[in-house]
Design a binder for this molecule. Sequence first.
Ligand SMILES: Nc1nc2c(ncn2[C@@H]2O[C@H](COP(=O)(O)OP(=O)(O)OP(=O)(O)O)[C@@H](O)[C@H]2O)c(=O)[nH]1
Ligand SMILES: [Mg+2]
Length: 198
Amino acid sequence: MGSALSSDPAYLPATVRRAAKILITGHFAVGKTTFVRTLSEIEPLRTEEVMTQAGELVDDLAGVPGKKTTTVAIDFGRRTLSDSLVLYLFGTSGQDRFVHLWESYAQGALGALVLVDPRRLADSFDMMARLEEMALPHAVAVNHFDGAPRYSDDELRQALDLLPDTPLVTCDARDRASSVRAVIELVDHLLDHLRELV
Ligand SMILES: Nc1nc2c(ncn2[C@@H]2O[C@H](COP(=O)(O)OP(=O)(O)OP(=O)(O)O)[C@@H](O)[C@H]2O)c(=O)[nH]1
Ligand SMILES: [Mg+2]
């Protein structure tokens, strides 16, 4: 019985003692829902709605022509990172019109992983400013899109006005190994941050 439960990914290992809420965030269509789906060990909860003509003027689909839906509230997934630590992943909506949800998103969150599309760096400015304002510790993951410009870390840091200790990594939200690496960078950063507080 015990072994059946422990082999079912729906159940957490009995050794897990710590849980952390992490936000997966970023601007519209940067790959947040994809990232949560790739990383989650359970079937993620999604709140996708079909995009309609009404949003045509605000939903900039340049570079993501196949995208038909958008997150209207939250994505939720779970990833056990070690024998003792589980992450609860909350993917935010990228739509400006849901900015009022941010207070709920941030409630109890230890930190955020900000996905960035190198083809539209300026679209990330509002998000970076919001996280600074909320003093929410974060790491930045540049999501790989085919044909996107390749910037050096220095160029990206300068463009996004990152603090020297803000981790900057690259990932492909469709690829599990690189997504795990990105989230581990964030967790390491959060642990450093927590150590500074005690
Ligand atoms: N080439 C490439 N495409 C990606 C990647 N990540 C996501 N996509 C595609 O980009 C599109 C947008 O992905 P979503 O995961 O829906 O983006 P989102 O940030 O959740 O979008 P909103 O919730 O509407 O803000 C989808 O068609 C994905 O298949 C990536 O790393 N590389
Ligand atoms: Mg989404």
